[in-house]
Design a protein around this ligand. Structure first.
Ligand SMILES: Nc1ncnc2c1ncn2[C@@H]1O[C@H](COP(=O)(O)OP(=O)(O)O)[C@@H](O)[C@H]1O
Ligand SMILES: [Mg+2]
Length: 396
């Protein structure tokens, strides 16, 4: 990393000097700031390639530092790494939501995590800047899209795989990864026909130093016909129970800075693992089936989201007529849940499971079907919406 300049921000002089020393040894140019205000001045005057900061300031409000950097054109796309003494998930989420790229908790292995974060961000930095100019508007990491539903069997996994494939087909140059986070057993590997050993559980068993962006780009399978790369889920409940849950945060952070789209299947889980991912997501496709009970459960989820401070704009409801033609109409479902449904996918009868059983995407297997048109329109609209929301988030 010869020639890259890093601004180190920490009110604690000893920590700051230690970090500077380590970074200088690794051939970085280092700038230091001992307060939030000093750091803002340096960021805008010296234009470092990246900022590392401890997010507890005595001269600035909690998130003010990150917000100010993101709002200013000179620093809007600057990679920001939190190197924090606070392990609280709430702080982590708030920082990521405000625009921090990676949140590292100070610990014995934090320095090696930081080293990898720097490599990822400084490599990704260039592509990001180029992509930013070409089409994306300002963005600091890939767009994250999390699929979930209130009930099993609503088509969440099928739609996640099929819409991810359609997104990749529409943007062949984009790096797209699908992550199956459904526990205790994932189903995307089955839908796309992947039978290899690399999955969330085996990846989480590897040391964090190994699971960097390059590792995933090189090793994640790209199943035939599906075009995206897959981090498969747990192959069975026994593996699922052994998942090193604490590793998920780092893995997802690495994927966010490595891929242009990180598309996750969360199934029907609103757990300690999935809530931070939902809060941090650019778009939350919420799959709704057209039976009373699913729609009512969806309303509960929606109410929970509101309590959790999730912005209604980020929720993208899709009505999937998975259970047949009888049942509620779109407007009836909207009436019960209390928010708009963006798109309705037709009931495809056994065609859908036939495509799944043959490990084929819907748009490949049934190119002339109405569903294919809707898949294509929906994928394009989801990407457009996610980009708009990201741009808005960066401004606010
Ligand atoms: N629009 C649809 N028309 C017909 N069958 C569907 C439709 N959407 C999903 N299915 C079928 O419903 C079943 C459950 O889908 P799946 O994606 O596994 O749901 P979930 O992940 O929500 O549990 C699968 O057999 C799938 O083929
Ligand atoms: Mg599923």
């Amino acid at each position: 990393m010869i020639g890259k300049t890093i601004l180190v921000v920490d009110e604690n002089k000893a920590t700051r000097e230690y970090l500077s020393h380590v970074l200088k040894e690794r051939q970085f140019n280092v700038l230091e700031a001992g307060s939030g205000k000093e750091a803002l001045i340096s960021a805008w005057r010296d234009l470092p390639d990246l900022v590392v900061f401890d997010p507890t300031f005595s001269d600035l409000q909690d998130l003010e530092f990150v917000q100010k950097l993101r709002q200013n054109a000179r620093s809007a796309g600057m990679p920001i790494v939190a190197f924090s003494s606070d392990p609280a998930p709430a702080r982590r989420e708030a920082c990521l939501k405000a625009g921090v790229n990676i949140y590292i908790v100070k610990s014995a292995k934090a320095l090696s995590e930081l080293q990898y974060a720097l490599e990822q961000l400084l490599h990704a930095g260039k592509t990001d800047a180029e992509t930013m100019e070409s089409s994306h508007g300002s963005r600091e990491s890939g767009l994250s899209i999390v699929f979930l539903s209130a009930k099993g069997g609503t088509g969440t996994s099928s739609l996640c795989a099929n819409l991810a494939m359609t997104i990749k087909e529409q943007q062949p140059e984009a790096r797209v990864v699908v992550v199956d986070l459904v526990l205790p057993i994932g189903s995307i590997a089955q839908i796309v026909g992947y039978e290899g050993q690399l999955n969330l559980v085996t990846a989480a068993d590897l040391p964090s130093a190994q699971t960097n962006g390059e590792y995933f780009l090189k090793n994640l399978p790209q199943p035939e016909l599906w075009k995206f790369q897959l981090l498969a889920g747990s192959p069975d409940p026994q593996h699922g129970n052994n998942l090193k849950v604490d590793r998920i945060g780092q893995i997802v952070d690495v994927l966010r800075v490595t891929y242009d789209f990180i598309i996750m299947d969360l199934g029907r889980s609103l757990s300690r693992i999935s809530m931070p991912l939902i809060k941090q997501a650019d778009l939350i496709p919420l799959i709704v089936a057209n039976d009373q009970s699913t729609v009512k459960l969806t309303k509960k989820i929606w109410e929970y989201f509101q309590e959790q401070g999730i912005d209604a704009q980020n929720v993208y409801a899709i009505l999937n007529r998975a259970v047949g033609l009888e049942g509620l109409t779109k407007s009836e479902a909207e009436g019960i849940i209390g928010f708009p449904i963006k798109t309705t996918l037709p009931y495809m009868g056994s065609n859908f499971s036939v495509a799944n059983n043959f490990n084929q995407p819907i748009i490949t297997k049934y190119p002339k079907d109405t569903a294919t048109i809707i898949f294509k329109e929906t994928a394009a609209d989801m990407v457009k919406t996610a980009r708009q929301l990201r741009a808005r988030r960066n401004l606010s």
